[in-house]
Design a protein around this ligand. Structure first.
Ligand code: XUL
Ligand code: MN
Length: 364
């Protein structure tokens, strides 16, 4: 299987600003982002429609920008694997997008998403991914969380219905996150999101995008999150990055933190031959300059490739094979020995875990 590597356009367009500091890098326009990504090893990108088309652009301007983008995509050989919409930065959405207490604002959020779905269709995106960054609260007295879930359900129903009615060849996904920029977000984890999807009118059309950083922010094991999505047949996308657990959203380069978590996520994706794009949603460090952004891109891709090689090495290692075969042999109802007085089980997990460490360190 040929792996497709993808990046959010917003990752390389990010200028290094943070809540405490101004940008440190010159702007990069979306077309430069696409051609730079293609030149540095990516075959695909994701975007928010607004990364390419400023919100409020007239239709003629939208069509002109899409024509330009499509021409460039063809020239440099890059495809669009997912589109979304920025329903978080405009102050109008400060109390929420789909969950705002103002019905008028909820309608605006739906209209934004529909317009972005059209853009995704025009770029041949097979997925529309929703991360509702403002769909949460700091003041729990302001809204019942149950009302918020009903509004999310109604919103996702309307968007899935829109995609179906338009006849677009596109699936819908929801990207959970526990907090940030809101104090708490209503769709915090894969489990919460799968629960909500099951209540939708067309659940088959809707899945999840799991981001490693978001799982780590919730203190969860990202591989287990991926497993839940896979088990439900709902892993529509993945956002790979690095993150120290229980902190603000760090969006570190893939490989920049939590090596072992990264390894076990890659192991699962490779073992399951998951067909989706390996998409990175990280940010170059604030200290990275314009050239360094492309090292960041190559670093993310290389980290995945190295971890995939490590997964292969793990499977090929005779001692690992021996230990795994032994574990598999326990999966029987038969008594341990003819006499029935079973010897205490010896779990060689210490050794297995150390072998993972040695493989990851390159000392084996
Ligand atoms: C925010 C995040 C977003 C989504 C796309 O934490 O991950 O970049 O992936 O809106
Ligand atoms: Mn993401």
């Amino acid at each position: 299987m040929k792996r497709i590597f993808s990046f959010g356009l917003w990752t390389v367009m990010h200028r290094g600003g943070d809540p405490f500091g101004q940008p440190t890098r010159a702007p990069l326009d979306p077309l430069q982002a696409m051609s730079g990504l293609a030149a540095h090893g990516a075959q695909a990108f994701e975007l928010h429609a607004e990364d390419l088309i400023p919100s409020g652009s007239p239709d003629a301007e939208r069509d002109r920008l899409i024509r330009k983008a499509r021409g460039l995509m063809e020239d440099v050989g890059i495809i669009c694997v997912a589109c979304g919409s920025d329903v978080f930065s405009d102050p109008v959405f400060r109390d929420g997008g789909l969950t705002s207490n103002e019905a008028r604002v909820r309608r605006q959020a739906i209209a934004r998403y529909k317009a972005a779905i059209d853009v995704g269709h025009l770029l041949d995106a097979p997925l529309f991914n929703i991360w509702g960054g403002r769909d949460g609260a700091e003041v729990d007295a302001s809204r019942s969380p149950l009302d918020a879930l009903k509004r999310l359900r109604d919103g996702f129903n309307e968007l899935a219905d829109y995609i179906a009615r338009q006849g677009y060849n596109m699936r819908l996904s929801i990207e959970p996150k526990p907090n940030e920029p809101r104090g708490d977000l209503y769709l915090s984890t894969v489990g919460h999101t799968l629960g909500l999807i099951a209540t939708l009118e067309q659940p088959d059309r809707v899945g999840v995008v799991l981001e490693l950083a978001h799982a780590a922010m919730a203190g969860l094991n990202p591989a287990y999150e991926v497993a839940h999505a896979l088990h439900a047949g709902k892993l529509f996308g993945i956002h790979l990055n690095g993150q120290r657990p229980l902190r603000f959203d760090q969006d570190l380069r893939f490989g920049g933190a939590n090596l072992k978590d990264g390894f076990f996520v890659v192991k699962l994706l490779e073992e399951e031959v998951w067909p989706g794009p390996r998409s990175f949603d990280a940010r170059p460090y604030r200290t990275t300059d314009g050239q360094g952004v492309w090292q960041f891109v190559e670093g993310c891709i290389r980290a995945y490739q190295i971890l995939a090689e490590k997964v292969q090495q793990y499977h090929d290692d005779p001692e690992v094979q021996h230990l795994l075969a032994e574990i598999a042999s326990w999966d029987t109802e038969e008594p341990d020995d003819a006499g029935g007085a079973s010897a205490p089980r010896v779990f060689a997990y210490e050794r297995l875990d150390h072998l993972v460490f040695e493989i990851l360190m390159g000392t084996r």
